[in-house]
Write a protein that binds this ligand. Structure first.
Ligand code: 6PG
Length: 267
């Protein structure tokens, strides 16, 4: 049963909708993700006057970010009504090559025809807790101004590591149990540095989460997560409680999904 973006929809036992779009290669996956971001930004801006979007770090999304700086997206997205946040950030200066914000600025922010409605990078400091508190304050202010007492992003774009982490929510991290705060300080990942990450209380409020995952190095984690294996990995828990999770993956990342998995789609 095709879903609204040409992919194939799989209803999980809990009734949560997970839409999966398998693209032939990473370039097509990046394009599909850029299309979704553009469509969400345009529809949210039309319906509510603005779009709240959180983008991820890492390497995979950089190709998609560079697409956003080119036609048709650079002109069709109402940038002046888009508020951009980050799902996580490494606590390094914006000029450091590991900075997610610095990468986004280099890849597309500097090429936009007009500044976004709001740029909300994680405030960088040497004190992770202080940065997390400042980021949470910015998040709460943003959503309070929109008369929302929950962090309801129109779209959160996430990647996934080969270990099943997402944002900077790493397997075994105490932050996985955070139920109240919207941002937390963590250390870990690659690079293994101090970071600030959005927490599950934010991710589950999203209207839509889009996972963009490509490459054969992610195939085992994709199979684990999408077939609901134990132990539950951080990416498995990033499921909107009433929205939709869309997985945009390429054939390499889908390579280990069992044939029956796709057969079930046909019912
Ligand atoms: C980060 C990212 C992280 C990333 C995954 C996948 O800041 O490290 O937010 O969660 O999405 O590690 O990274 P790649 O796309 O580079 O494989």
């Amino acid at each position: 049963m095709p879903d609204d973006n040409g992919g194939r929809e799989r209803r999980e036992p809990a009734g949560e909708a997970v839409a999966i779009r398998v693209e032939p290669d990473s370039a097509a996956a990046l394009q599909a993700a850029a299309e979704r971001l553009s469509a969400t930004a345009r529809s949210a801006a039309a319906m509510t006057g603005g779009a709240s979007i959180a983008i991820s770090g890492g390497n995979t999304p950089r190709g998609m970010h560079r697409l956003l700086a080119r036609p048709p997206y650079v002109a069709e997205i109402p940038w002046d009504r888009v508020h951009l946040f980050w799902t996580d950030e490494r606590l390094v200066s914006e000029e450091h090559p590991d900075s997610n914000f610095g990468a986004a600025r280099a890849d597309f922010l500097q090429f936009l025809p007009r500044p976004p409605g709001g740029l909300h990078p994680v405030p960088i400091s040497s004190d992770g807790e202080a940065s997390a508190r400042a980021y949470e304050k910015e998040l709460r202010k943003h959503f309070h101004e929109r008369h929302l007492d929950e962090p309801i992003f129109d779209l959160i774009l996430l990647g996934m590591g080969a270990d099943g982490h997402t944002a900077s929510l790493f397997p075994g991290s105490p932050v996985l149990n955070e139920q109240r705060r919207w941002a937390a300080a963590v250390k870990g990942g690659e690079p293994d540095v101090e970071r600030v990450t959005l927490t599950y209380p934010v991710l589950i409020c999203a209207r839509r989460i889009l996972f963009l995952v490509t490459g054969k190095s992610k195939a085992a984690a994709v199979r684990h997560v999408l077939t609901g294996k134990e132990p539950v990995l951080p990416a498995q828990r990033a499921q909107p409680r009433s929205g939709r999770a869309t997985w945009v993956i390429d054939r390499e990342a889908a390579a280990l999904l069992p044939p029956a998995f796709f057969f079930e789609f046909e019912k």
